[in-house]
Write a protein of this length. Structure first.
Length: 160
């Protein structure tokens, strides 16, 4: 489905787009509460878009430019976000259980209160990210510099 068609149908009130393949650009688009579970994104960028309260569980969004995206309170469980550029992303209170975030750029990301139980963060860049009150966080092989930890402390393991 082309991005333009998705936007037209969303604007007309449709919210369920389960297992669709989304093609095209979605830049600074408001898609709050949309259901894109199981979707495959063939877009290059979703920059600045608002997916707050959306269900994007089990979707494939790897290798995409998602800077400044809003996933607040979104369900991203079992979603593949490997090598995605999520710099400055809002992921507060997001469900990221069992998501794949290997080598993702999460610099300056807001992960406050997010659920990262079982998420694979291997090699993720968490410099300047905020993990306050996040749960299930395993930081094996992550890049940390000025990273706000669960308890509010700052870690500077990889500052140069």
């Amino acid at each position: 489905m082309e991005a333009e068609e998705l936007l037209q149908r969303y604007t007309a009130g449709e919210r369920n787009f389960i297992s669709v393949q989304v093609k095209g650009q979605l830049i600074e688009t408001d898609l709050q509460s949309i259901n894109l579970s199981g979707a495959i994104f063939a877009c290059n960028t979703l920059e600045g878009s608002n997916f707050s309260h959306a269900n994007i569980s089990g979707a494939y969004i790897s290798d995409h430019y998602l800077a400044d995206i809003n996933f607040r309170d979104a369900n991203l469980s079992r979603t593949s976000l490997e090598q995605a550029d999520l710099e400055g992303a809002i992921l507060s209170r997001a469900n990221l259980r069992e998501s794949k975030l290997r080598f993702a750029n999460l610099r300056k990301a807001d992960l406050i209160g997010s659920d990262l139980t079982g998420a694979d963060l291997g090699g993720a860049d968490l410099r300047w990210a905020n993990l306050t009150y996040a749960i299930g966080v395993k930081l094996d092989n992550c890049f940390l510099c000025n990273t706000v930890m669960l308890d509010g402390s700052i870690r500077n393991d990889q500052c140069v």
